[in-house]
Design a protein around this ligand. Structure first.
Ligand code: PMP
Length: 429
C-alpha cells in the first residue's frame, strides 16, 4: 500500500517493521560506501598496461624529438595535445596539457583571474564583490573552490536541458560582479543531465554585464557513455566555437582529464580555450613550472592512441559499471513504488545517480544509512554551502563497490528512505 494512503495506525506498524529491518542491518556491522565517484578496482585494472614498459628507454622521445625525461615543454607534447583534444572536443592547437588533476587546473584558472585578472581586466581580488552561478544540484568540489575564494555562490536550478537559462541570462545581464558559472555539460555530476544545443548557444551568446565573465566548462564525463548504441549516447555542442561565433571568444575555459579513464591518481589533465586565454595562462604557468610529466604523456598516448582507442577503452569501463547503474535503478523502482515524492535520474553516462527524497528527509536518510554502515555523500553536498533548501537531494555513486556489495548497500538505502518517509508521514498525520 502507498504510504500516502496509510492510516496513522498502519504507518505506526510500518515504522516498527522498518525499524526492525534497519536494526538488522546495523547489527551486521556493514562497511559499504556509495559516497564518492571512484572507479572500482576492476576498472583500474583495465589500465595496467600504463605500468608496463609501454614507454621503453629508447622510446622516451616525442615525435618532435623532445626527450621526455628532461625539463621543458610547458604546454605539452604535440601527440599529448592531440590525445587530450579528444577529451576536450577541441583542436590540438587550442590545448594545454597539464598535471594529473582537472580540479587543480580549475582552481589554478580561477586563482589566475583572482590574482592577475583576465582579458586585461582588474584582478577579481580587487573587487568589492564577486559572484558565481552554481547550477544545482552540482559538484561539491566546484562549490568548495568558489567558497574558498570567498566568492558569493548563486544557485540556479538544473533542468533536463542544463541550467535554467532564463535565470542565468537574468543574473548575468545587469550585475557585473557575476564573473562565472560552473558547467558540467555532459552527464553532469550528479544529475546525469547533458546540456541541450539551445542551452550551449544561449550560454555562448548571452549578454553579460561583466566583460570578463568566464564559463568554467568541466567536460569530466565527455567520453563516459554507459551504452555503445549511438542513439543512447549524448553529445554536446562545442562551447568554444559557439562562443567564437557569438563574438565572445574568450568566454569559455574548458577542462578535462583522464581520471576516470586510466588512473585518477596518475592521469593527464588538460585545458582548452581561445588563443588569447592560452597565452595568458601560459604566461602565469611559466613562472610556476618548467613543464609537467611528459613521460606520463607518452604513456597515455601509447596506451589510448586516439579517439577510437579511447572509445574502445571506455566501453570496457562501461561493461563493468553499466550493471551497477542498472542494479541501482532496478532496486529503487522495486522498493520505492509505494513511497510518494521520490524520484531519481537514469543517466546514460557519467558516474552518478541523483536521488530526490521526500522534502526534509535527505539528512535523515543519510544519517540512517550511516548508522547501518552505508556511507553516502553528505546530504546538502550537491548545493552551494552544503545547503539544499528542500533537504531532498542525495547523490548515489555506484561505481566503487563490487556488484554484490552495491546490492546490499542499496537494500540498506531503500530501507532508510522508506523509514524516513514513514516518519515524515506520521509527523504530518
Ligand atoms: N569534475 C567533475 C564534474 C568530477 O565529477 C570530478 C571527479 N569526481 C572531477 C572534476 C575531478 O577531476 P580530476 O580528477 O581531473 O581532478
Amino acid at each position: 500500500m502507498n504510504i500516502a494512503d496509510m492510516t496513522p495506525a498502519e504507518l505506526q506498524a510500518q515504522k516498527v517493521s522498518l525499524e526492525q529491518q534497519h536494526q538488522a542491518f546495523v547489527a551486521k556491522g556493514l562497511a559499504l560506501n556509495m559516497a564518492r565517484g571512484k572507479p572500482s578496482r576492476a576498472q583500474l585494472d583495465l589500465s595496467m598496461m600504463l605500468l608496463s614498459d609501454i614507454v621503453a628507454t629508447d622510446e622516451c622521445f616525442a615525435e618532435d624529438g623532445t626527450d621526455a625525461r628532461n625539463y621543458g615543454v610547458l604546454d605539452g607534447l604535440p601527440e599529448a595535445k592531440r590525445l587530450m583534444a579528444c577529451f576536450l572536443d577541441d583542436e590540438p592547437e587550442n590545448v594545454i596539457v597539464l598535471g594529473n588533476s582537472s580540479l587543480n587546473a580549475m582552481y589554478d584558472a580561477l586563482a589566475r583571474c583572482w590574482m592577475f585578472g583576465t582579458g586585461g581586466h582588474a584582478p577579481w581580488s580587487t573587487l568589492d564583490q564577486v559572484k558565481w552561478i552554481c547550477p544545482s544540484p552540482g559538484y561539491d568540489r566546484h562549490f568548495a573552490i568558489t567558497e574558498a575564494f570567498g566568492i558569493e555562490m548563486v544557485p540556479v536550478a538544473m533542468t533536463q536541458d542544463g541550467p535554467d537559462m532564463d535565470d542565468v541570462e537574468r543574473l548575468v545581464a545587469d550585475d557585473a560582479s557575476v564573473k562565472g558559472i560552473w558547467c558540467v555539460p555532459q552527464y553532469g555530476n550528479p544529475t546525469g543531465v547533458t546540456y541541450s544545443d539551445e542551452t550551449v548557444e544561449r550560454l555562448a551568446a548571452m549578454a553579460c554585464a561583466a566583460p570578463d565573465f568566464r564559463i568554467f566548462w568541466d567536460n569530466a564525463y565527455g567520453v563516459h557513455h554507459l551504452y555503445a548504441d549511438p542513439d543512447r549516447q549524448r553529445k554536446v555542442v562545442d562551447i568554444r566555437p559557439a562562443c567564437e561565433r557569438a563574438g565572445n571568444p574568450n568566454r569559455p575555459f574548458k577542462f578535462a582529464s583522464t581520471s576516470k579513464v586510466t588512473f585518477p591518481g596518475s592521469g593527464l589533465a588538460a585545458f582548452a580555450s581561445s588563443a588569447e586565454n592560452l597565452a595568458e595562462a601560459k604566461r602565469a604557468m611559466g613562472v610556476q613550472t618548467i613543464g609537467h610529466d611528459k613521460i606520463n604523456q607518452l604513456r597515455h598516448v601509447a596506451f589510448l592512441e586516439d579517439a577510437e582507442g579511447i572509445a574502445a577503452h571506455m566501453q570496457r569501463h562501461a561493461d563493468i559499471i553499466r550493471p551497477k547503474f542498472e542494479l541501482v535503478a532496478r532496486k529503487l523502482a522495486e522498493a520505492l513504488a509505494d513511497v510518494p515524492d521520490c524520484s531519481w535520474s537514469t543517466p546514460l553516462g557519467g558516474y552518478f545517480i541523483s536521488f530526490d527524497a521526500p522534502e526534509n528527509t535527505a539528512k535523515r536518510i543519510v544519517a540512517l544509512a550511516k548508522e547501518a554502515g552505508v556511507t553516502m555523500t553528505g546530504a546538502g553536498a550537491t548545493y552551494p554551502y552544503g545547503r539544499d533548501p528542500r533537504d531532498s537531494n542525495i547523490r548515489i555513486a555506484p561505481t566503487l563497490p563490487p556488484l554484490e556489495e552495491l546490492d546490499e548497500a542499496m537494500d540498506v538505502f531503500v530501507t532508510c528512505v522508506k523509514l524516513a518517509a514513514v516518519e515524515k508521514a506520521l509527523a504530518e498525520a
